[in-house]
Design a protein around this ligand. Structure first.
Ligand code: PLP
Length: 394
């Protein structure tokens, strides 16, 4: 095994997994790990979920790909499911989150041009993460990720997230066509907006005829307790993008639209060879049904249990700044950068991730049991104690 031929775009950990079941992964040496990151918020139904495996096997044996030159019944079914869940009216399917966001950005620009705006501008947020393609990288609020890839795209203005007053300062800017944001910020540090922020953004967007576009690539598909995070606050965004948990590991993304936004794209305006193919859509349709019927109703209680237990385990922990999150999206912010926690946790049989430098991020599969939540908290408590001792010694 060698990584010599791989472009080193990731600082990969020197471990690989050969199998998975539920929240557990097994490495090449036979060691088991509790996976509290789910392939970065993807495997919401856990590993090797029988419904997902069955859908892949059955559809792969029947028909994998035909292209969007033809009607695809599984695509139509999945679009209807997503629209019924979210109140959207139309869906465009892609293969990833960044591509779903590219679709939203193009949709917003076309909407702007149709309104007579010569050079449409999309408002984006500080600390946002929307992907690595040129448009989504431009929309992303992370200078380090952007460095070296200039020139970035024109047509974006950035304001602080969770700040209605900052948005209100833009009301006289007649070039704005849309506001694009995450309902909770994931990569930016697992940040939860104040109650009422999304409704206030929606209100302003309606008043200004700006499209409200929510990036639910990470927060969607049950992660934060409802199918989409905006549903918790009863906010009907004009555009919702999603990916990650939609395919449980099978690559698929979607850009959902309602109202005026649903009527923007016509033939030739956008496309994807693979997007929404029979295999991806059959798998995702099964995922959506299983999440909705069997999994999402218990997510909030599990998330509450996780954060309550964590608060107990970390009571008095000297490096703790804040525990926050919603549903099964949790961040533990420490008072110091903590990349070393990932390695220590792994040595304790636990897979976590650190984002924004000092936030331990937990995105366990949504099917995690109460006992597994307790194991997670115990192992993380042990890990963070070791980390504190390391810090003290250095
Ligand atoms: N948007 C958000 C909020 C994300 O968290 C991510 C990935 O982490 C993306 C977009 C990009 O998704 P993908 O990696 O599937 O292109």
């Amino acid at each position: 095994m060698t990584d010599t031929y791989l472009m080193p775009t990731y600082a990969r950990q020197n471990i690989s997994f050969v199998s998975g079941e539920g929240v557990w992964l097994t490495d090449t040496a036979g060691n088991a790990y509790l996976d509290a990151i789910s392939g970065i918020g993807v495997c919401n139904l856990g590993h090797s979920h029988p419904a997902v495996t069955r859908a892949i096997q059955q559809q792969a044996a029947q028909l994998i790909h035909t292209s969007n030159l033809y009607r695809i019944p599984a695509q139509e079914k999945l679009a209807e499911q997503l629209c019924q869940i979210s109140g959207s009216e139309k869906v465009f399917f892609s293969n990833s989150g960044a591509e779903a966001n590219e679709a939203a950005i193009k949709l917003a620009r076309l909407y702007g041009h149709r309104k007579g705006i010569e050079s449409p501008v999309i408002v984006v947020m500080e600390n946002a993460f929307h992907g690595r393609t040129m448009a989504t990288l431009t929309a992303t609020g992370n200078v380090r990720a952007q460095q070296g890839f200039e020139p970035l795209l024109p047509g974006f203005i950035r304001v602080p997230w969770n700040d209605v007053a900052a948005l209100e300062t833009l009301i006289d800017n007649t070039s704005i066509c849309a506001v694009f944001l995450e309902p909770l910020q994931g990569e930016g540090g697992v940040r939860v907006a104040d109650t009422g922020y999304l409704s206030a953004v929606k209100h302003l967007c309606e008043q200004q005829q700006w499209l409200m576009m929510l990036d639910e690539v990470q927060t969607g598909n049950g992660r934060t307790g409802d199918y989409f995070a905006c549903m918790t606050e009863h906010v009907a965004a004009d555009v919702i993008t999603t990916a990650k948990g939609l395919g449980n590991g099978f690559p698929i993304g979607a850009c959902l639209a309602r109202g005026a936004a649903a009527d923007v794209f016509g033939p030739g305006n956008h496309g994807s060879t693979y997007g929404g193919n029979p295999l991806a859509c059959s798998v995702a349709a099964e995922v959506v049904e299983t999440l909705t019927n069997e999994v999402i109703p218990a997510v909030n209680a599990k998330g509450d249990r996780l954060r309550t237990k964590l608060a107990h385990v970390l009571d008095g922990y000297p490096l703790l700044d804040e525990i926050r999150g919603r549903g099964l999206m949790t961040g533990i912010q420490l008072t110091t950068d903590c990349a070393a926690v990932v390695v220590l946790a792994r040595e304790n049989g636990l897979l976590v991730n650190v984002t924004a430098g000092n936030v331990v991020r937990l995105l366990p599969p949504l099917i995690i049991t109460d006992d597994e939540i307790d194991t997670l908290c115990q192992q993380l408590g042990k890990t963070l104690d070791q980390f504190a001792r390391q810090q003290e010694a250095s």
